[in-house]
Design a protein around this ligand. Sequence first.
Ligand code: ADP
Ligand code: MG
Length: 452
Amino acid sequence: MNFSKLPLTKEMLQTLHSLGYTEMTPIQEEALPFILEGRDVIAQAKTGSGKTAAFGIGVLSHLDVKKFRVQSLILCPTRELADQVAKELRRIARFQHNIKILMLTGGESFGKQLGSLEHQAHIIVGTPGRVLKHLNKESLELSNLKTLVFDEADRMLDMGFIEEIENVLGFVPKGRQTLLFSATYDDEILDISKRIQNDAVSVKTTTKEVQNKIVQDFYETNDKVDTLIKIFSSYKPENVIVFTNTKLEAKELAESLVQNKIDALAIHGDLEQYERNDVLVQFANKSCPILVATDVAARGLDIKELSLVVNYDLPHGMETYTHRIGRTGRAGAEGIAITLYSDREAHKIEEYEEDTSRNFLDAATLKKEQGFEMKPQYVTLVIEGGKKDKVRAGDILGALTGEAGLQGASIGKIDIYDRQSYVAIENSLVDEAHKKLKNGKIKNKKFSVWIL
Ligand code: ADP
Ligand code: MG
């Protein structure tokens, strides 16, 4: 179970140790020996199982750092996922200087990416569309590619990236190693594996992984909004994802909740990239306790420690159900998953009743406390300055606690992006903080600041 039994360098082992990775996760244990051998691997494992490190350690071990050419390409379905992968890779790559990891995703300036590519990189983490665009324009060259990784391949297929993927394959050398990671393992995935991989080792660990402790409660109701609010009032969750089956429902439900003084934001496929980012930041930094999401928009997001997941509709299929509820009760903590179904959906519930640990409860027993509301602990301020302006979290903290005179305890999470930063401020102090930051300076510069 220990990383030290793998053929890894001392520096790599030390880094893993310093990250607190003492034991391999099941997927790492199963897949890494083959990955390090250079074999093609098709791996199935659920979210949060450590897939990134599984391929990341492989990719970094195969890397010839002195050779300044792209040796590895990691394709992800969305920009957020690419961002998470790049972050985890950078953590694992700490052991060696000068490893250059570049992100190529949509929604970012193409020109800037051209500039970065001129300086070369060892590893590219990107989304299929944007990577292909660079390949077509010959700003990206993959003739030295050793390892090609498809992360969340099922999701990429769901999003209709098949054509881009096939086209990317036209640019990569035949002798490469191809690693394919997917949460599901259906015919479509096996078919693509056959076409793009060579004698792939198949690795599945889903059954071996420790089951999260998740309490699963079901309520039949024909007034779902009302029942949902009663659930919030009864269960008192700190943070919740509510899943809907459609974008429109997500939008409408978030609006209905807000009308009922329950603070909620929706995330769905119709949002612009920057809007998605605003929503995700606010949810993660506790500026909004409830996220209403479609499966497509929420899948793969690394939002941890959810106290409650609600299925506002019965999902299409048990696999989606398992995926949704797997977001709560992570890392040994007990989670709660609640599923609502109307009498029109009742015929689909039999399948769920087979598992006797699930509780089918009476919605009439739920009560809403008088004057029940859900307000966030924090409100988010946006500062129009980020990494490119050399703004660091410490500078923002300094400006707020120094000149502006706020207590450190009233400042929450700070997220710094290239051109923008987000800071969570205790709800009651946000106007004051806003005024002071707007009129004051950060690193001796004035920045626009607004309340999200
Ligand atoms: P996946 O891609 O399978 O959803 P991630 O790669 O994002 O999962 O990993 C989930 C979390 O587990 C991350 O926070 C990562 O840092 C952590 N992690 C990965 N491998 C290990 C390990 N061997 N020991 C402890 N934590 C790990
Ligand atoms: Mg992942």
